[in-house]
Design a protein around this ligand. Structure first.
Ligand code: UDP
Length: 379
C-alpha cells in the first residue's frame, strides 16, 4: 500500500542525490531522500572531532572544478576556503610533489640529469601541458623512455597494484601525467577549495528545503513498497543491488582507514603523502590542513585498499574494465521507465564531486526539457 505521497524518491544523500533533490524541490515537487547510512553526504561525510579537527571519514575530499554552472550552484550552500591541494609522494626516501613536474625532476635526479630532461621536455612539448607517460613510451628517445619507466616504476606500478589489486587501464594512468610546468598543485581547475563549514554542512543546507524530506537508516526496498507506482526514482546506489544482483556482482574497490590521534601539532609535511613503493597502505592523510584547524593534537589516517565484498565493506571505486562496463550496461538495459541511475555508483563512473553534481544537473535539465509542454518548446 502506498502510504508515502511523494513525486520523487531519491536513494542516496550524497552529492548526486542531494543535487537532484534540490533542483526538483525548487520546481515545487515533493521529494523524499533516503539513505541507508545514519548520516547524509555519502562518502564526502565529514565531522568535527573532540580536538576541533574536521575529519573526512571516508578519505580526503578536495573540491575542484572548471565548471561555472556547478560552482555557482554549490556556492549557494557554502563558501569555500582557498585551499589548493598538493600531493607529496615518497620516492626513494625523498619527498617530492606529484604529478611529476619540472621541480620534481630536480628533487629526484642529479642536477645534470634533471637539466637534460627539462630541456628535452621543453623542446618537445608546450609549457604548461600535461603529457601522459604513455606518450613518452611511444617516442624514439632514450631520455623520455627513461623518464617514463622511472615514473611507471616509482609512482604508478606499486601504488596502483596496492590500490586496484592489478595494473589499471590507461584511463587511470592518465591521472598521473607529467606536467611540463613549475606548478606544484595537484589540480589546475579555476575553482578549488574546501567548504568552510565542511561537506556535511554544505549538503545539509542543500537538502534544507520545504519540499525535501530526508530519512536516514532506510532500506530502499522497504520504501519502494510504500510509495505509489508512478513515483520517479533517482537511484545513486550500485545498479546490481537495485536488481538484486540477478546478473552478478559489479566489482568495486574498497578502502579502509586506520585513524590515529597524536599529541603533536603536525605529523607530516603535507595533507596527503603517497607511498607508491613502501608500506601496505597507499597514503597517509592528515586532516587539520584542510580547514587550517588549530589544535595541539593531530589526526592522521592510513589508507588501505582491498576488494569490495557485498555485506562486508563499502564501495568506493568503480573499476574501469571492459567486462565490468558490459555487466553495468546489461543491468542498465533493465531500467524501468520511472527509474534513473546516477552518481559514482549509479553510473559506475569514477566521478569527482563536481562531475557528480554536473551529471545530476544535466539529468534534471533533460527531464525538465522533456516534461515541458510543447507550447513552451521553441520551434
Ligand atoms: N596513482 C599512482 N600513484 C600515485 C598517485 C596516483 O599510481 O602516487 C594512480 C593510481 O592508479 C590511483 C590513480 O592514479 O588510483 C588516481 O589517484 P588519485 O589520488 O588522483 O585519486 P583518488 O584516489 O584520490 O580518487
Amino acid at each position: 500500500m502506498a502510504n508515502i505521497a511523494v513525486e520523487n524518491l531519491i536513494v542516496g544523500a550524497g552529492f548526486s542525490g542531494a543535487t537532484i533533490a534540490r533542483l526538483l524541490a525548487e520546481t515545487g515537487q515533493k521529494v523524499l531522500v533516503i539513505d541507508k547510512k545514519d548520516h547524509i553526504a555519502g562518502n564526502s561525510f565529514d565531522y568535527v572531532d573532540e580536538n576541533g579537527i574536521c575529519i573526512h571519514k571516508y578519505g580526503s575530499h578536495i573540491f575542484h572544478t572548471d565548471n561555472e554552472k556547478v560552482w555557482s550552484f554549490l556556492k549557494q550552500f557554502s563558501d569555500f576556503n582557498g585551499y589548493t591541494h598538493k600531493v607529496v609522494a615518497v620516492i626513494d626516501g625523498i619527498e617530492t610533489v606529484i604529478p611529476f613536474n619540472i621541480n620534481t625532476l630536480y628533487d629526484v635526479f642529479s642536477t645534470d640529469t634533471a637539466q637534460r630532461l627539462e630541456e628535452k621536455l621543453l623542446g618537445k612539448y608546450e609549457f604548461e601541458t600535461k603529457v601522459p607517460i604513455t606518450e613518452f613510451q611511444s617516442q624514439d628517445d632514450e631520455d623520455l623512455k627513461f623518464l617514463a619507466d622511472f615514473i611507471y616504476k616509482k609512482v604508478f606500478e606499486g601504488y596502483s597494484t596496492k590500490q586496484w589489486g592489478q595494473i589499471p587501464d590507461k584511463t587511470v594512468m592518465a591521472r598521473v601525467p607529467v606536467f611540463v610546468s613549475h606548478d606544484d598543485r595537484y589540480f589546475q581547475d579555476k575553482y578549488q577549495g574546501i567548504p568552510t563549514g565542511g561537506y556535511t554542512k554544505l549538503l545539509e543546507k542543500m537538502l534544507d528545503h520545504e519540499n525535501i524530506e530526508v530519512r536516514l537508516n532506510m532500506d530502499f526496498k522497504e520504501i519502494l513498497k510504500q510509495v505509489q507506482d508512478d513515483v520517479k526514482v533517482f537511484y545513486t546506489g550500485s545498479i546490481d543491488e537495485f536488481f538484486d544482483y540477478k546478473f552478478g556482482v559489479l566489482p568495486y574497490r574498497n578502502v579502509n582507514f586506520e585513524f590515529e590521534t597524536m599529541k603533536r601539532e603536525f605529523y607530516q609535511s603535507n595533507s596527503v603523502i603517497n607511498y607508491p613503493c613502501d608500506h601496505d597502505f597507499t597514503r597517509i592523510h592528515e586532516y587539520k590542513y584542510y580547514l587550517n584547524d588549530k589544535s595541539d593534537k593531530t589526526v592522521i589516517a592510513k589508507e588501505y585498499s582491498q576488494a569490495f565484498e557485498v555485506g562486508k565493506n563499502e564501495r568506493y571505486y568503480p573499476i574501469a574494465a571492459e567486462d565490468n562496463q558490459a555487466l553495468y550496461e546489461k543491468y542498465l538495459r533493465e531500467r524501468p521507465e520511472n527509474a534513473y541511475f546516477l552518481g559514482r555508483l549509479g553510473d559506475y563512473k569514477y566521478y569527482d564531486m563536481d562531475d557528480a553534481v554536473e551529471r545530476a544537473m544535466n539529468l534534471f535539465e533533460e527531464l525538465n526539457a522533456v516534461s515541458k509542454p510543447l507550447a513552451e518548446v521553441p520551434v
